[in-house]
Design a binder for this molecule. Sequence first.
Ligand code: SF4
Length: 78
Amino acid sequence: TYTIAEPCVDVLDKACIEECPVDCIYEGNRMLYIQPDECVDCGACEPVCPVEAIFYEDDVPDEWAEYVSANIDFFNEI
Ligand code: SF4
């Protein structure tokens, strides 16, 4: 799955939402989240993010590793 990290916080540009073919990017209070069970790993969202907040899960920088679980937890809590 792809995941959204810290650069999205308080930005929520939403260009990614327009690109996602399966509509699996959802809006939280301060950032957007990718539903990991729905993401088909197409990668369409990654290049359109103006703040480069989107990464394939294995490529998330170490300092933002917590965002992988944050994306999962967001959908477990709603
Ligand atoms: Fe949507 Fe594709 Fe991005 Fe997954 S990788 S969130 S399916 S645009």
